[in-house]
Design a protein around this ligand. Sequence first.
Ligand code: 13P
Length: 352
Amino acid sequence: MNTQALIHIARTLVADDKGLLAMDESNPTCNKRFAKLGIPQTEAARRSYRELIVTTPALGECISGVILYDETIRQQKKDGTSFIRVIIDAGIIPGIKVDTGAKDMAAHPGEKITEGLDGLRARLQEYSQMGARFAKWRAVIAVGDGVPGQGCIEANAHALARYAALCQEAGLVPVVEPEVLMDGEHTLERCREVTEEVLRTVFNQLYTQRVILEGMILKPNMVLPGLTCPRQEDVSEVADATVRCLLRAVPAAVPGIAFLSGGQSGELASARLNAMNVRFKARLPWALAFSFARAIQQPALEIWQGKEAQVLAAQQALYHRANCNRAARRGQYSAAMETPSISIAQLAKIAA
Ligand code: 13P
């Protein structure tokens, strides 16, 4: 393992106020999102959509890395150029989701355990040979009555740490994603308590499994009230609760924290990330970045709707959200940015 190379990749992923774009939806998840918009749920449609994303002009200005899925990393543009080539040529680092999904956990009703450790060493080698330089594994933690239990937290943390150690052995930077879900009526305080417990357990396991903290990225949830909680705290309260929780649980050796969006709207995710950076950036040991899927992609997907004629407009929307999040890393995002900064005509010119 080349530790310096790992550390360099991890730092590059959070450098220059850029962030990650997650486009690693599994086929079932991608199909579900397509179905809602009447887009055909076929490999051809998924390929076209991913081509739209990776060929978005100037994406590399705001995005340092993209997270691919097993189907996507093997796909090409219509003209035969591999997606990996397109991504690297855009100055973006390719990454890959390597877990095989969150499954019902035995003896833990309502809780999930993420699978995918069997055969992982060989899969990581293959992805590395294909050009991937980082990987992602997502654990899912539900909040509810008597949930999460210690068994679920410990098993998921253990799997995350074993995955992370295998990644570093293969020269890939692990993006460690323990996601405390937003679904439910729970309060912001309950989310903070669960998130802190989960992160402490994850970092204990990362130490135990000898993961190099300088060569990883943490991808956590923001600390938020449950979706159906009657009290919804404002942006600055969310920023305070999230940063306070992270300061207690995340070692300073970690170079970057790249949030998932978890179902928040694009605007809210940007506003909350912005508030954290405005209020705390100068005092934090790690970069506060983003690794959003829905909060970057959703408007673009809704515009595209599977139609070739909509590709440029969808790319404009994608670039816009990526750019808003780059501004949020600088603490320069504002609602005024929600008027698109670059016209379709300008985008077409860059593309030409
Ligand atoms: P969201 O930003 O849509 O939550 O997705 C992030 C991700 O990678 C989920 O694993």
